[in-house]
Ligand binder design. Structure first.
Ligand code: GZL
Length: 333
């Protein structure tokens, strides 16, 4: 998985990969691209699935940006199954696409197929989520710093607790994202970093379980949380969709979301902002899904054998409840 320490190794990794890409282009395209580079770039994209509002916005951004860039896009939806992504990548290799991009469902299990792409001289660009593979197997990651999102969630929770006038111990329930997925691992890690450093004596995670980034998952797990922990003060949900599902469970239990149970989520999709404007979510840490333009820019450079940064990060903000109404009209997803 990428971290700041690995930025410098990028130069080597990228030059090599870039060379590969350039080499593939120059030799008349063992991957089917013409040497003159006049033919449209064919991009194979293996998407996670369609599990959340964030994912829908991300897919729309990728498809629109590929069209805008004049790329031929081969798109596959893995329905949140890593094995489907592996099959899709294998079919992209067989089709000799120019570049492969994907958002890995989970961080493990990619070495073999990424080595097959490398052997076929097809550069791989990661987008959104990263992998626990050898970093020479992909050229760059276009996406957010999930660990920082976890830290930001804990820091904004401090403001939410202060605004709510909460005193003393804080019992926290955590709805985790998909088990083994980079955003789930890293958001939990970042949140815990702040907890351990600044709230050892007053914050406690009393329940933590995956809701698989879906509304149904969030609702089902929150129902169980409420049965075993009726005195939860805070819900930290790794994405808006699980938070929105949890709100249904909280209301069904006769409690007021945003008041009886304070809620912090990550993403910033429109439905999350609407719930925040209704007072049901207290704060949202933005995770920008509109990665399409940055991704296509990176694909163009990689195909041309140009150097790209090892990690192309996205710009993100954080929002408290009183900002929701003003922000809603200009939200792009
Ligand atoms: C984050 C992305 C996560 C979102 C969820 O970049 O991978 O997956 O936070 C989505 O909404 O399902």
């Amino acid at each position: 998985m990428l971290n700041r320490r690995n930025f410098l190794t990028a130069a080597v990794g990228v030059a090599a990969a870039g060379g590969l890409a350039a080499c593939a282009k120059e030799d008349g395209g063992s991957n089917g691209s013409s040497s003159g580079g006049s033919k449209a770039i064919t991009l194979g994209f293996a998407q996670v699935g369609s599990e959340s509002g964030w994912r829908t916005a991300n897919t729309d951004s990728v498809k629109a940006a590929a069209k805008e860039a004049g790329f031929k896009l081969q798109f596959s939806d893995a329905q949140q199954k890593p094995e489907n992504q592996i099959s899709a990548i294998r079919s992209f290799i067989a089709q000799k696409v120019d570049v492969i991009a994907f958002s890995p469902v989970v961080v493990t299990g990619w070495d073999a197929v990424l080595k097959e792409a490398q052997a076929a001289k097809i550069p791989v660009v990661l987008t959104d989520r990263s992998v626990d593979s050898d970093e020479s197997l992909f050229v760059t990651l276009v996406g957010s710093d999930f660990t920082d999102e976890g830290r930001r969630a804990a820091k904004i929770l401090e403001k939410v607790l202060e605004k709510a006038g909460h005193k003393g111990k804080v019992k926290i329930a955590q709805l985790e994202g998909t088990t083994g997925a980079a955003p789930a691992i890293e958001r939990a890690k970042g949140f815990k970093e702040v907890m351990d450093a600044e709230h050892k004596d007053d914050w406690e995670i009393v329940a933590s379980q995956t809701g698989d980034f879906t509304r149904a998952g969030g609702k089902q797990v929150m129902q169980a949380f409420l049965q075993s922990n009726p005195d939860i003060d805070v819900l930290f949900a790794h994405n808006d969709d699980m938070g929105l599902g949890a709100i249904q469970a909280i209301e069904a239990a006769g409690k007021k979301p945003g008041k009886d149970i304070l809620i912090v989520t990550v993403d910033g999709v429109k439905d999350g902002f609407i719930a925040m404007s209704e007072g049901k979510i207290n704060a949202i840490v933005e995770c920008n899904p509109l990665l399409g333009p940055q991704l296509m820019e990176a694909v163009k450079k990689v195909h041309a054998g140009e150097k790209v940064e090892r990690w192309i990060k996205t710009e993100e903000s954080d929002f408290m409840q009183d900002q929701a109404k003003d922000a809603l009209p200009t939200r792009k997803y």
